[in-house]
Design a protein around this ligand. Structure first.
Ligand code: ZN
Ligand code: MN
Length: 499
């Protein structure tokens, strides 16, 4: 008999642990001046330092230290007045130095926490995730295995190496074990990575693109029978690359482990890989024997000793926590949950806030960004914010509210701005897109419509008011949508003795 997720969490208590690697967005690498731009020609952003050539000497990137301290402060950590780099020794072809410069027993930030809120059966509940450490290290290069069916090294004919990524600053954020989440472990994991991502983004220290690998999560999961007070053997699912996958990887592991335990088998301590298609994990490296990396202090780098004044100054730069800000804005804007979620997912919170600051009414600002502009952005496969500015949107909304633009005309203005015809006001000017509110101009169009459809006009005169739709439509068409439909209706009915 197999246990499903509900069965598994009725019998077993999961314990979580999360490790997140985030690539910093510094212009240059961690220990050399090489560029860090994503997507450059392979091996064009390298030098003797990041290629590990003999005699090359590293220098720490000050901006990376600053970003690491900001991260530590935002996660309520203590910042070490003295920390050191260490060599983590292992061989892999994507790491030409044969060691990763990392931090070991003297990390830059320790003992923090992050509170995350999730929806439970008993309503919203806060879980505190304690942070053990935040340390600095460097990324490895990328290998591409060519030939073979799987794209993995097994069965490949040859492998190619790109060292552009080697030496890009990484910050690793490690939680303590998170007990007591019960069946909510997958949601807590997802909420933690989401909140962490939002904080990192608000700090401006990383572009946090999970799909490009600039934010990667390793999820540790273990199970023990409920009430046993014990900790089970854990597995570590590596490099999960979307928020949804974090949740699925954790629930998949809970189910897999529960079924192994039910069958009397033991859990092997190992790394596992998440399979997007099935939502399951497959085994990777066994960690039964503790790996010995022979860490030792990096002799080529001086210790990191940030000044207390500097740390204090950085502390003043920590922005409002994103979850707190979201709640504040949602209340201010009187925004339904679903819509707020859409704004957050589409990364439109900042631009909508700007649009509202420029005078737009919140509901209209949200509707334009989430609706028409997002639709056009989807078509072009770009971000909505790359198409039009908050200033233009605020201006368009003001014109709608003032009765100078109908929704239909406003869509044409948006389209004009997006196709590069200039600002909202110049598109309106060039295309002549003002609402025709001049009664005499409208009356000319109305009379023309009546002359073209005399039978319809007769029916309206006779009391068939719904028939007016056809004539209003004709007027709207004749004015290219520039007429205010309510106004047309009013004038038409009046003219036909039904007003
Ligand atoms: Zn370099
Ligand atoms: Mn690491």
């Amino acid at each position: 008999m197999t246990l499903d997720y509900a069965g598994a969490t009725t019998k077993y208590e999961p314990t979580l642990g999360l490790e997140v690697h985030v690539e910093l967005n510094t212009k240059s690498k961690m220990f050399c001046g090489c560029a860090t731009e994503f997507g450059a020609e392979p091996n064009t952003q390298t030098c003797p330092v990041c290629l590990g050539l003999p005699g090359a000497l590293p220098v720490v990137n000050a901006k990376a230290i600053e970003s690491s301290i900001l991260i530590g402060l935002a996660l309520n950590c203590s910042i070490a007045p003295y920390s050191r780099f260490a060599r983590k020794n292992y061989f892999y072809p994507d790491m030409p130095k044969n060691f990763q410069t990392s931090q070991f027993d003297e990390p830059i930030c320790v003992n923090g926490y992050l509170d995350v809120e999730i929806q439970t059966d008993e309503g919203q509940k806060v879980f505190r995730v304690e942070i053990e450490r935040v340390h600095m290290e460097e990324d490895t290069g990328k290998s591409l295995h060519v030939g073979g069916a799987t794209g993995r090294i097994h069965g490949a004919e040859y492998s190619l190496l790109d060292y552009n990524r080697a030496g890009i600053p990484l910050v690793e954020i490690v939680t303590r074990i998170v007990p007591g989440t019960g069946k909510y472990a997958p949601q807590v994991a997802r909420a933690y990575v989401t909140e962490l991502r939002d904080i990192l983004r608000s700090l401006g220290v990383s572009d946090v693109k999970m799909e490009q690998g600039s934010l990667r999560c390793d999820a540790n999961v273990s199970l023990a029978p409920i009430g046993s007070g014990k900790l089970g053997t854990r597995s570590e699912t590596k490099n999960v690359n979307s928020l949804r996958s974090v949740e699925r990887a954790v629930s998949g592991e809970i189910e897999r482990q529960a079924n192994r335990l039910e069958a009397g088998e033991r859990i092997i301590q190992e790394t596992r890989h998440f399979l997007e298609e099935s939502g399951q994990t497959r085994p990777g490296r066994s960690k039964e024997q503790a790996e010995d990396y022979r860490y030792f202090p990096e002799p080529d780098l001086v210790p990191v000793t940030p000044d207390a004044k500097w740390i204090e100054e950085l502390g003043t730069r920590i922005p409002e926590k994103p979850s707190v800000r979201r709640k504040r804005l949602q209340t201010q804007w009187n925004c339904p949950d679903k819509e707020m979620e859409s704004l957050v997912n589409a990364e439109l919170l900042d631009v909508v806030e700007e649009t509202i600051k420029l005078g737009a009414e919140p509901t209209r600002a949200r509707t334009w960004w989430l609706g028409e502009i997002s639709r056009l952005a989807n078509e072009k496969e770009v971000a909505p914010t790359s198409l039009i500015t908050s200033k233009d949107v605020a201006e368009i909304i003001a014109l709608i509210v003032g009765g100078d633009l109908t929704d239909k005309l406003a869509r044409q203005v948006v389209e004009g701005v997006i196709s590069g015809e200039g600002s909202a006001s110049s598109v309106i000017e060039k295309r002549g897109l003002k609402v025709v509110s001049d009664d005499s101009a409208l009356m000319t169009a109305i009379e023309a419509a009546i002359a073209a459809q005399p039978d319809t006009a007769e029916r309206i005169r006779g009391g068939n008011i719904p028939a007016a739709g056809a004539l209003i439509g004709a007027v709207m068409k004749a004015t290219g949508g520039a007429a205010d439909a309510a106004k047309v209706r009013e004038l038409l009915l009046k003219h036909l003795g039904r007003g």
